[in-house]
Each structure stands twice: as C-alpha cells, then as structure tokens.
Design a protein around this ligand. Structure first.
Ligand SMILES: *[C@@H]1O[C@H](CO)[C@@H](O)[C@H](O)[C@H]1NC(C)=O
Ligand SMILES: *[C@@H]1O[C@H](CO)[C@@H](O)[C@H](O)[C@H]1NC(C)=O
Ligand SMILES: *[C@@H]1O[C@H](CO)[C@@H](O)[C@H](O)[C@H]1NC(C)=O
Ligand SMILES: *[C@@H]1O[C@H](CO)[C@@H](O)[C@H](O)[C@H]1NC(C)=O
Ligand SMILES: *[C@@H]1O[C@H](CO)[C@@H](O)[C@H](O)[C@H]1NC(C)=O
Ligand SMILES: *[C@@H]1O[C@H](CO)[C@@H](O)[C@H](O)[C@H]1NC(C)=O
Ligand SMILES: *[C@@H]1O[C@H](CO)[C@@H](O)[C@H](O)[C@H]1NC(C)=O
Length: 650
C-alpha cells in the first residue's frame, strides 16, 4: 500500500507559504550538517570469510537497540481522539437488518453487494429493513435529502463442504499476516500478543526468515502458489542466476488459480481469506487477481465497497473518527466465521495491510486487540496450528531509521511464529525439530511447505514423521521435519542477494570520487531500464544529488577483481527519490552491474503513469498535476526538515 498521509494534505492547505520558510530552514540545516559519524555495527557477528554459498552468519542483535528506540513511540494512535460515543444507526443480526433508533426526518435503506471478480460487484436495489441473504450489506441514511450515515455490515452465510477429510477432524490452520512486520517490529510492537502466543500456545519463533521479493506480491505468491516472481542474480556471488518461475503475464495479466485455499478445500477444509485493502496482495497495482472467490468466504467485496462502490460516507466510515478502522470489520468477519463453523476444520488467512505499511509505530495499538482475539479463541487455537507472521519488514519508514544497519536488515526479515496443537506438544520431538529449524535461515517457501505438510502429509502418521521430504514441485522444506543437510545460505536457498540477511562485513567507502561515480552510474542505470521499457517519454529524468551510503561488502582486498557494494543514492528535485541496490564492480574490466533496484522513500501515486509494479518506483511521472507535484514536494521537504532536526537533536 502506498499512500502518503492524508493529514499532510490538510496541512498543505494552510501551510502553503510555510513551504518557502521551510526551504530556508532546511538549507541552513543542510549547510551546517557535518559529515555522518561512522556507525557502530549493531550485530554481534559477521562472516569474515565472505563465503556467500556456504556460510550464513545470522543476524543477532538487540531489537530494542537505542538506534531503533529513538524512533519508537508506544503512544502513537491516530485515532486517539475518535468519537467513542458513536453507535451505528443500523444493525445486521440473525440475517435481518434494522434501524436501531428511528430519528425524525431520517430514512435509511440498505443494499446487498456480491463479488463477481476482484474488480466487479453485483449491487441490488435499495431495500427496506428486513431479511437479507448477502454477506456484505451497505446501510445508508439520509436526513432532509442529505446523506448522513454509511456503514457496511457483514455476516457469514454458511456453506456446506461435501469433501471428505483425510483423517477425522484434522487440525485447523489459522494465519495472521501483518503486512511489513519484521521480527524486530513484532518484538517491539506486539509484546502482549507474543507473550500470550508463547506462554499459552507454546509458539516457536523463527527469527531468521529471509524475504524472497521486494514487496508483498513477490512474497505472497510464493506463500500461496509456491512460485517465485523475482529473478535471482547470484552469479557475482559464486552462485547462479535463476529466472523467476512466473513472468508478469502469468502472475499479473492472467487470472490466478490453484492457490493454497484450493488445496485446503480439496482436503475438506472450510476456508476464509481476508485482506483489508482493495488493492490487496494479488491485485496491486493492476493485476487481474482471482476470477472467482479463491476461498469459501472472501472479504474482498467489502473493501471494494469501502474504497470504491460505496456511498460517500460509507467510504469514510473506517477512517478512524468512529474509533473504527479497516482491520476492525476484518477481525469481526473472522470471528463470525470461526463461530459459524465450530466443528469444521478451518483454514483462514487474515492479511492486515492497513497498519504497519507506512508507519514504524503503526502496530502498537493493535497489540491489545490481537491479545483479545487469542483469549477469546484460546480453546480453538490450542487445538490448531496458528501462524503469526509478516511478509517483509518495514520498507517505507523514516529515512533516518531505514539508513541504519538495523533498519536495512529488518526490511528483509519478516516475523514468523508457529504454534502447534496442544495434543502434539506432548511429544517433544516435534517441538525439538522445530526449534532446530528455527535457528537456521528460512524462507516463505519453507513456511508454505510446512503448511502443506500439515495439510497433506503429516496427518496420516499422526504428525510423527520427522524424515526429510521433498514435496513435489515445491522449493521449501517443512519445519516439522529434518531439513536437507546442505548449508542454509542465501546462495543455496531461493533468495535474491539484494535481500540477504546473513551478515558480512561492510566497510563504509569515503572516497568522494568513487561515491559520485557510482551514484551517477546508478542513475544512468535507472534511465536505461526506463528506456528499455519504453517509459522514458512519460517519466522525468533523475538528477543525481548525493550518495547517502556506500558500503563495501566483505574484506577489503584490493587484489581481488570483483567487488560488491551496497549503495543508496538520492536524486534531486522534483522526485527526491532514494534508490538502493547492490553494485558489482569488476576492476579488471571496469564493468559495473547492478542488482534489483529498491526504492526507499514513499512515492505515493507519482509513478502510477507506468501502470507497472516493477517500474512505478523508478518513474516520476511527467503528467502529474500541479497539485500532486506540490503536495509531494511539500511532504518531501517536510521529511527532510524532520530528519535534519532529528539529526541535531539525537
Ligand atoms: C436471533 O435469533 C435467536 C434465536 O433464533 C434469538 O434468541 C435472538 O433473540 C435473535 N436476536 C435478535 C437480535 O433478533
Ligand atoms: C428518503 O427520504 C427522502 C425524502 O424524505 C426521499 O427523497 C428519498 O428518496 C428517501 N430515500 C430512500 C432511499 O428511501
Ligand atoms: C451478477 O448479476 C448478473 C445479472 O443479474 C447475473 O447474471 C450474475 O450471475 C451475477 N453474478 C454473480 C457473481 O452473482
Ligand atoms: C490456471 O491459469 C493459467 C493461466 O491463466 C492457465 O493457463 C491454466 O490452464 C489454469 N489452470 C487451471 C487448472 O485452471
Ligand atoms: C518499445 O518500443 C519499441 C518500438 O516502438 C518496440 O520495438 C519494443 O518492443 C518496445 N519495448 C517494450 C518493452 O515494450
Ligand atoms: C586477496 O585476494 C587474492 C585473489 O583472490 C588472494 O590471492 C589473496 O590471498 C587475498 N588476500 C587476502 C589477505 O585475503
Ligand atoms: C498520466 O498518464 C497516464 C497514462 O500515460 C494516465 O493513466 C494518467 O491518468 C495520467 N495522469 C494524470 C494526472 O493526468
């Protein structure tokens, strides 16, 4: 999800002239800003041999390191002043909707929505109070012909699954995925939840999961379909280059099928899929997604109503002013689902986008809510597999944090914890093998293999099979079994080198000539990519401003011919884009090549003219409106000012 803070739009209305003042202040700060102090590493260890293929020095560090804590605010709550007195005017109960309290001069009507595909819905006519047979109902009230109220109600209308399960009553599997939740973010933001998972459900944490793609989709597709959609360029590390399994035509411009929900349905499970954002993982930015609901119950139509098809007030009712945000109906729908299907084996995937994607402090206010969900469903969870996880870490946080070694690691290190049914915990062998595997480098492919193992292979042995297994057509290896004995490194697992979390020594390069040369080459490279994709005519050219960080990987050995660097470059106005990538320099041939380009700053809709998830981050569209440009510039200047002030205060 990419959005830059509506609050600031409001700001810009009356602070428009403040911009000039800001520029002035920033320039003072920037002029006086001294050389960056070299940073002390937060990590306990690194691989001194720089052996990418066979060694992984896992990232061990203090999740509460002062470098991080200076950005953490446990009281962050954009809804703290919300109207706690507000009560919905309407309700949907027992399959029937009604007006809670009639008011003079007010009339209310409701209409049903049914999903067709990921972009279309069927809408009924407005209906008076009474029984309704749809899962998503928009209720609207008018007073004196003016719209005064809008709300979306949900209900679960049970379906019968005719499919027989492999064994009688197999355990349910519940996945809660918080978008952008790294291991560090989870530790800092969900203390009560993690403590409950660990003490009540004996969860096991897997702190060394490495993401396999930049943002949600290239991590979600591996989880749901087992396919990679990003290339791996390992050649410069002694590895090999591996092309992605699926190209854009397959994962984006075709309808998706055979997701993990289908696997569960074909084994007799009842399934639920929730993603609290219209553009959700399978669609963002403009991908087809599913032609038909992928699961028995699919909450996507709800967010299409909320963000697109609903009436004016409906489209705002989760913005927080009523203490209700996007996740709340998601949690309610989840609860309704599990209450409806008490006896059936269930598979649910709850993907919460709306909290942590853009905010380092976004999750804190949900800790208590997650705890409530756990407590309320404790008995059910005790007999199930529960996964609490992230897809990747925080990508679009504060610049000052993202530039620290901890910030740039956490971006690639999603959280994962798994708890298993109580009855299986009696047998310590399963917990022991999970603990062993939790101390190694893992990926979403392995998490997927674990879920498939739970579904298809373990039930027949009563979950007692620890032998190594290669699941046909799968890349990962189940955590419930001994994994194959090859070294678990970024070189041997399907991990693009840009995202590798294994620690190697990184030495800051101070040579200004080299920094500027590499910086300009990276900007040229971005332009080449745009040229080759025919986007140059719609995108502004970037002007090189500065290299904010250049790190040399591994031991400085000047006699070696290939050197790898991690580089962060900032472009000048109007984009102020920050690009990060790995740069490979061959000293003998003078050749320079690059890894995947990662965009570190928020760019909102400024790249939308490309309609491409791959290129939007590299394009600052020429055809933005004056207003869009001004708002963008304002936010960027504001951030720079904040960063500059922080720099002096901290
Ligand atoms: C819903 O139905 C149940 C039983 O059919 C009944 O006990 C309950 O009062 C009903 N609730 C409402 C709000 O009508
Ligand atoms: C609500 O009442 C107004 C007049 O009071 C009327 O014009 C309007 O059509 C009514 N709306 C609905 C949906 O019944
Ligand atoms: C949507 O409405 C059309 C026309 O009433 C109907 O033919 C179609 O089956 C509906 N689709 C769904 C998914 O309900
Ligand atoms: C799944 O979708 C792909 C691409 O649209 C298509 O080629 C394939 O035949 C589909 N498979 C099934 C089982 O529908
Ligand atoms: C770019 O345009 C040229 C000529 O119009 C065409 O040959 C080429 O296939 C296009 N490339 C892409 C990636 O669309
Ligand atoms: C530096 O690299 C060269 C060539 O790979 C190698 O022969 C030499 O032993 C290395 N020196 C050190 C100090 O590692
Ligand atoms: C910019 O151009 C793209 C297509 O080239 C178009 O989809 C988009 O709506 C345009 N944006 C504006 C603000 O005009």
């Amino acid at each position: 999800m990419l959005q830059y803070i509506p609050r600031q739009k409001l700001f810009s209305k009356f602070l428009i002239y403040g911009g000039l003042l800001q520029l002035f202040i920033i320039s003072i700060f920037l002029v006086y800003r001294s050389e960056d102090k070299p940073e002390e590493s937060a990590f306990h260890d690194h691989d001194t041999t720089n052996n990418y293929m066979n060694v992984c020095s896992l990232p061990v560090y203090d999740y509460w390191h002062p470098k991080v804590m200076q950005h953490i605010d446990y009281d962050f709550d954009p809804t703290s002043h919300c109207d706690r007195e507000f009560k919905p005017f309407t309700e949907l109960k027992n399959g029937s909707w009604r007006i809670v309290e009639e008011r003079k001069g007010m009339n209310c009507s409701a209409r049903c929505f049914t999903g067709i595909d990921d972009y279309h819905v069927n809408i009924t006519d407005w209906m008076p109070p009474g029984p309704v047979s749809c899962e998503f109902l928009e209720a609207v009230c008018w007073k004196d012909d003016r719209e005064v109220y809008g709300y979306i109600h949900t209900q679960i209308i049970p379906k019968k699954s005719e499919v027989k399960t492999l064994v009688p009553s197999p355990p349910s599997v519940f996945v809660f995925l918080f978008d952008s939740m790294s291991t560090g973010q989870a530790k800092r933001s969900f203390p009560k939840t993690l403590s409950a998972l660990s003490s009540r459900l004996e969860s096991i944490e897997f702190p060394f999961v490495n993401k396999v793609g930049e943002n949600s989709m290239p991590n979600g597709i591996p989880l749901w379909f087992g396919k990679s959609i990003e290339d791996i360029n390992g050649e410069n590390y002694g590895g090999v280059n591996i092309k992605a399994d699926w190209d854009k035509n397959r994962y984006c411009y075709s309808f998706l099928n055979q997701s993990i929900f289908e696997d569960f349905e074909s084994y007799g499970y009842t399934t639920l899929s929730i993603d609290d954002w219209k553009a959700q993982m399978v669609n963002y930015p403009n991908c087809h997604g599913f032609q038909h609901s992928p699961s028995h119950h699919y909450m996507h139509p709800f967010y299409m109503i909320y963000e697109k098809f609903g009436m004016k007030i409906t489209q705002k009712h989760l913005a927080g002013q009523f203490c209700r945000e996007e996740r709340h109906p998601a949690f309610e729908y989840f609860q309704d689902f599990v209450d409806t299907y008490k006896e059936e084996p269930k598979f649910t995937w709850t993907w919460i986008n709306s909290l942590g994607h853009d905010y380092i402090n976004g999750f804190m206010r949900v800790d208590e809510e997650m705890l409530e969900i756990i407590e309320r469903n404790l008995e059910m969870f005790e007999n199930s597999f529960v996964l609490f996880m992230g897809d990747h870490g925080l990508r679009l946080g504060k610049k000052r944090f993202m530039e620290t070694d901890i910030g740039s690691l956490e971006m690639h290190n999603p959280y994962l914890s798994i708890s298993i049914p109580k009855s299986l915990r009696k047998n310590q062998a399963i917990l022991e093998i999970m603990r062993q595997n939790s101390r190694k480098l893992q990926t979403h492919f392995d998490t997927r293999a674990t879920i498939l193992d739970i579904l298809k292979y373990q039930p027949e042995s009563g979950f007692s099979d620890r032998t190594t297994m290669n699941i046909p057509n799968e890349k990962g290896h189940s955590y419930l079994r001994r994994q194959p004995s090859f070294p678990r490194t970024c070189g041997q697992l399907p991990i693009p080198p840009e995202y590798c979390i294994c620690r190697v020594e990184k030495t800051p390069v101070t040579d200004e000539n080299l920094r500027n040369r590499f910086g300009n080459l990276l900007i040229d490279h971005v332009h080449d990519l745009l040229d080759n994709a025919n986007f140059s005519s719609i995108c502004e050219r970037f002007e090189f401003l500065e290299v904010t960080s250049l790190l040399h990987y591994g031991h400085l050995n000047h006699s070696e011919s290939t050197h790898n660097y991690e580089i962060i470059v900032m472009a000048d106005a109007p984009s102020y884009a920050q690009f990060q990538t790995i740069l490979m320099h061959n000293k003998e041939t003078s050749q320079v090549s690059f890894g995947n380009i990662v965009r570190l700053d928020k760019y909102g809709d400024t790249g939308d003219c490309t309609s491409s998830s791959r290129f939007e981050k590299m394009c600052f569209c020429k055809n933005l409106t004056f207003r869009q440009k001004w708002d963008y510039r304002f936010v960027k200047q504001w951030k720079r000012l904040e960063a500059a002030i922080e720099y002096y205060l901290l």
